[in-house]
Design a protein around this ligand. Structure first.
Ligand code: R5P
Length: 291
């Protein structure tokens, strides 16, 4: 049985219809002072429930709602609660980059554990290594192949695939191998104080169709830097892809203004470019767990 939290009703519905699992939407309202009220009006499975609640922006309230739902279901007698959290908030603050910084991901995982949550299923967490010390089991699903399949369907032919950061190589090489093409890593240097990203690329995009792929696009700063660099070096067009399309502060508009041809994303976060739905992967995963 699926219980849909307010942040991920879109995905819960799709997964329920693909998997045949029953989907229960919680009654939810906000009190005038902003506090959340939840009520379960249907009969629930007391054995195992999958709560769907992403923690994309507004992440603080989505996180708290997730904890309220999990603890509340446990209070109603549910034995096991797993959460499908397609985008896990605070995953980028997984270590102390500057002296005195708080490692927020650790706190989030501890709070979720304390709420009674038994397991988290998420997609493309920023740094999978951090999960080795998680106090709660986290299964990290991968939507990279899904993006590549959609590019194939869109007729993208032998592009140069580029991806940023140290782990970019893994993502770029996976997409490139599905598209049977070459790839390169975009080197990034982020100013920790201002957030400004400087990018460089050791490959020749001249006359090429370029696919930029990243796990998260938030402000769009990294992607915009890569698009501008490729266009300045003569790329024919640049397609921007990501798993988690946070797209804060009009990042999509800024991307198009910088010369991107189009944006392709998954629906881990509700967004208008999320054509590569993770619902099929989730339906298969949940069905397997229950069989
Ligand atoms: C960073 O390590 C991530 O993979 C993304 O590149 C980053 O989070 C994107 O953020 P923004 O869109 O704000 O540049």
């Amino acid at each position: 049985m699926i219980v849909a939290g307010p942040a991920s009703t879109h995905l819960a519905k799709k997964v329920a219809s693909l998997s045949g699992l029953k989907n229960i939407e919680l009654e939810h309202k906000l009190f005038p002072d902003g506090e959340s009220y939840f009520r379960v009006r249907s009969q629930i499975d007391k054995d195992h429930i999958f709560v769907f609640q992403g923690t994309h922006p507004p992440q603080n309230s989505n996180l708290l709602q997730l904890m309220l739902i999990v603890d509340g279901l446990k209070g109603l007698g549910v034995r096991r609660v797993s959460a499908v959290v397609p985008y896990l908030a605070y995953a980028r603050q997984d270590r102390r980059f500057l002296e005195g910084e708080l490692v927020s991901l650790d706190t989030v995982l501890k709070m979720l554990k304390a709420s009674g949550l038994d397991k988290i299923l998420t997609f493309n967490i920023h740094s999978p290594k951090t999960l080795e010390t998680s106090p709660i089991p986290v299964e990290n699903l991968d939507a990279t192949g899904l993006i590549a399949s959609h590019l194939l369907q869109a007729g993208v032919h032998r592009p140069l695939v580029i991806s940023p950061g140290k782990k970019g190589e893994e993502m770029a090489s996976e997409v490139a191998s599905i598209l049977e093409t070459d790839y390169a890593v975009v080197t990034t240097d982020r100013d920790r104080a201002t957030g400004h990203v400087t990018v460089s690329l050791d490959a020749d995009p001249r006359g090429r169709e370029v696919v930029f792929v990243d796990d998260i696009i938030s402000t769009g700063g990294t992607a915009i830097g890569a698009v501008q660099l490729c266009k300045a070096r003569g790329a024919e067009r640049v397609i921007v892809c990501c798993v988690h399309a946070l797209l804060v502060d009009g990042a999509d508009r800024k991307l198009m203004d910088s010369g991107a041809s189009f944006v392709l994303a998954t629906d881990t976060v509700p967004n208008e470019y999320g054509v590569a739905s993770v619902s099929g992967l989730l339906a298969a995963r949940l069905t397997r767990e229950l069989s």
